[in-house]
Design a protein around this ligand. Structure first.
Ligand code: GUN
Ligand code: ZN
Length: 441
């Protein structure tokens, strides 16, 4: 068969390394008038338009996004699809919020038809916001993940997800057992992990809702399947941290509980990590686990201010995430704005180049997926977004006085949201457009 080529013209930005705090120009490639050639869904070439346009394969159709910025698709390192319908639930902090809103909403995901309908909406919403890959919590029900992966697979999305493990301190109707949680997770791994672009994450909700036996079984599962992700919550809220200390009186810290049960390694992602000490940070670094910083959630639930500077100084892996429905937006642009504000409150300035690195190549590295996604290196999967500098009258007006790339990125990060996403592409195919209706298979 003859290969299928497509080409995209516009400004193009992608990262090659962590730019650090000093806006290191070696860390990224930027083409003001660029061209990306895609062959059978993979990046084939990226460079200046004038250099590449003259010898494109015959009949290559060029889609022209001149005036807009093409970047790798955004990656969300922590989000809950069953919480789509309880986003913006008012008035409580974490433990009350779980009981009042979260558990009732998640109880409906034993129904695969409901789970499928929500998964369709959820994935539409991610794509509308420029997010092409996410690490996703399901509910305790195996059906929630069968539904989610079925829809993600139809759309050829690179997604990682897992069924929640939860056998105590939660409503009876939402509990599994150490054995059923193990068996259902193993069955889901066998069915889905490595199928197309899908990956599985072993997903104990948090230490409070899993017994010692269940955490031990999760550790066994992690040993049996060394290639899958591990995904949980850690040190988000003061009352939560105090409860964990009472439940595991032998533990040195909250992190130590997960460590004890063999749940720390590369590819393990712990959401929040707000209340960690020096020794915890060191253990995170040594194990290769990732902290997912979820600023809109941390502000909304009053959880606290993540120490981004401290985490970076310690060389901890840090991902950025929305944490919908504790988080209040699907947009990683809005999430960067909130990250900037949280960092400001802690006396650290988040540079726009570092910020956009974090939601692309940085998050790909955090998830161990950077051999496939995260930048436009030749051979990587052509998942990308097209950012609109004229998304609103005010943004367009303000952009006129932004001359450098960093200034423009800063405006998207502080003022941008779903309106700034002109289009989202998956494997070189249009998956969202602000101007056209897309039919999904
Ligand atoms: N800790 C345990 N479960 C959850 C959850 O669903 N959301 C958040 N933000 N924290 C949690
Ligand atoms: Zn969460």
């Amino acid at each position: 068969v003859t290969p299928k080529y497509r080409a995209f013209r516009g400004s193009i930005l992608h990262f090659l390394a962590d730019p650090g705090e000093s806006e290191n120009e070696q860390a990224y490639a930027y083409f003001a008038d660029g061209l990306m050639l895609v062959k059978d869904g993979l990046v084939d070439a990226v460079g200046d338009y004038v250099a590449l346009a003259s010898d494109l394969p015959a009949n290559t159709v060029i889609t022209d996004y001149s005036g807009k910025l093409i970047m790798p698709g955004f990656i969300d390192t922590h989000i809950h699809f069953p919480q789509t319908d309880i986003i913006a639930a008012p008035g409580t902090q974490l433990l009350d919020w779980l009981e009042r809103y979260t558990f009732p909403a998640e109880s409906r995901f034993d129904n695969e038809a409901h789970a499928t309908e929500v998964a369709e909406f959820f994935l539409d919403e991610l794509l509308r916001n420029g997010t092409t890959t996410a690490l996703v919590f399901g509910s305790v029900h195996r059906a929630s993940i069968d539904a989610f992966f079925t829809v993600a697979e139809q759309r050829k999305l690179r997604m990682v997800a897992g069924k929640v493990l939860m056998d105590r301190h939660s409503p009876e109707y939402l509990r599994d057992t150490p054995d059923t949680g193990f068996a259902d997770s193993a069955a889901l791994i066998e069915r889905w992990h490595g199928l197309g672009r899908l990956g599985y994450a072993i997903t104990p909700r948090f230490a409070i809702t899993s017994s010692d036996q269940q955490l031990a079984r999760a550790g066994e599962l992690a040993l049996a399947y060394p290639q899958v992700h591990i995904h949980s919550h850690l040190a988000e809220n003061h009352d939560e941290v105090a409860w964990v200390a009472r439940l595991f009186p032998w533990s040195r810290s909250y992190l130590d509980v997960y460590d004890h049960f063999g749940l720390l390694r590369e590819g393990a992602v712990y959401a929040h990590c707000i209340h960690l000490d020096e020794e915890d940070r060191k253990r995170m670094v040594d194990s290769g686990a990732t902290a997912a910083f979820c600023p809109t959630s941390n502000l909304f639930l009053g959880s606290g201010l993540f120490d981004l500077a401290g985490a970076r100084d310690a060389s901890m892996r840090v991902g950025i995430a929305t944490d919908v429905g504790g988080g209040t937006s699907f947009s990683l642009l809005q999430t960067l704005g909130a990250s900037y504000n949280v960092a400001q409150l802690r006396g650290y300035t988040l540079s726009p180049l570092l910020a956009f690195y974090m939601i692309t190549l940085g998050n790909a590295r955090s998830l161990g997926l950077d051999q496939h996604i995260g930048n436009f290196a030749v051979g990587k999967e052509a998942d990308f977004v097209v950012l609109d500098p004229d998304a609103t009258p005010l943004l367009a007006r303000r952009m006129q006085s932004a001359t450098s790339l960093a200034e423009r990125l800063f405006l998207w990060m502080i003022m941008g949201d779903d309106r700034a996403i002109s289009a989202t592409y998956v494997l070189g195919n249009l998956a969202h457009s602000s101007t056209e209706t897309i039919q999904h298979a």
